[in-house]
Design a protein around this ligand. Structure first.
Ligand code: SF4
Length: 209
C-alpha cells in the first residue's frame, strides 16, 4: 500500500493540546474556496511513500513517544481511507497521547463511510471549510467547524479546556528545518498576504502557492 505524505514535523504546538507530532497528508479532492493549503491538493508522485517504510520512519522518529499527541491533517486525510485506517490503528497501539484528525468532510458522512477510523481516534475536527464563517478559533480552519471528543482519553485531555484554549486566538508557529521555513497553524484571513508583504519590505521573497 502507498501513502501520500506532505511532511512530518515535531514540535507542533498550535494544532491540538500540548506539544505534538504533526503528520500532513498530501492530496485533497475537496478544494474549498479560500483554502490556505492549496499546495497539499495534488497527490503528486513526489509525495508517494511505501506505507511500511513510512511506518518504519515514524517508529524511528525522535520524540514520537514523548509527544503529547499526534495531529493528522493535510490535505484531506480521509481521501486516503485505507492508509489512514492502518495509521490510526498503529498509532493507537504505539503512542500514549491522543490522536487528533482534521477533515473537510461532514461528520455524518464520515460516520457512515469511515466508522472504523473514527473508533481509533480521540478527536475529530471536521466539516467543510467556509471562509465567510469566521476565523477566530485557534484549532479550526473556519468557525463553523466542530471539535468532537470521541474517546474517554479525549474527554480527559480536552474536557472543558477547549473554549479556554481556542479563544486565545490564532497563533502561527515558525520552524526552520535545514533551509526550509515551515509555517504551522491556521492563519487568519489576510494574515499570509500581510506576512509576505512585510517580508518583501525586508528584502525576503517567499515562494508560496
Ligand atoms: S478540506 Fe482542507 S485542505 Fe482540502 S481544500 Fe478544504 S481547507 Fe483545503
Amino acid at each position: 500500500m502507498d501513502i501520500y505524505i506532505n511532511k512530518i514535523h515535531y514540535p507542533v504546538n498550535n494544532l491540538g493540546a500540548g506539544t505534538r507530532l504533526g503528520i500532513w497528508f498530501q492530496g485533497c479532492p475537496i478544494r474549498c474556496p479560500g483554502c490556505v493549503n492549496p499546495d497539499t491538493w495534488e497527490a503528486a508522485e513526489e509525495y508517494r511513500l511505501d506505507y511500511t517504510e513510512f511506518i518504519n520512519t515514524l517508529v524511528n522518529f525522535e520524540n514520537l513517544q514523548a509527544a503529547d499527541g499526534v495531529t493528522i491533517t493535510g490535505g484531506e486525510p480521509f481521501a486516503q481511507p485505507e492508509a489512514l485506517f492502518e495509521l490510526t490503528r498503529f498509532l493507537r497501539n504505539f503512542i500514549k497521547g491522543d490522536i487528533l484528525v482534521y477533515s473537510g468532510y461532514a461528520y455524518k458522512e464520515l460516520k457512515k463511510k469511515h466508522a472504523g477510523i473514527l473508533k481509533a481516534i480521540d478527536v475529530l475536527i471536521s466539516e467543510p471549510f467556509i471562509e465567510s464563517a469566521g476565523d477566530r478559533l485557534l484549532w479550526r480552519g473556519s468557525d463553523n467547524q466542530k471539535i468532537r471528543l470521541l474517546s474517554k482519553r479525549a474527554a480527559a485531555v480536552y474536557g472543558r479546556g477547549i473554549d479556554r484554549a481556542e479563544w486565545k486566538g490564532r497563533r502561527m508557529q515558525f520552524s526552520l528545518v535545514g533551509d526550509c521555513l515551515y509555517m504551522i497553524g491556521i492563519p487568519g484571513r489576510g494574515d499570509m498576504e500581510k506576512l509576505y508583504e512585510y517580508m518583501k519590505m525586508r528584502g525576503i521573497d517567499c515562494e508560496h502557492p
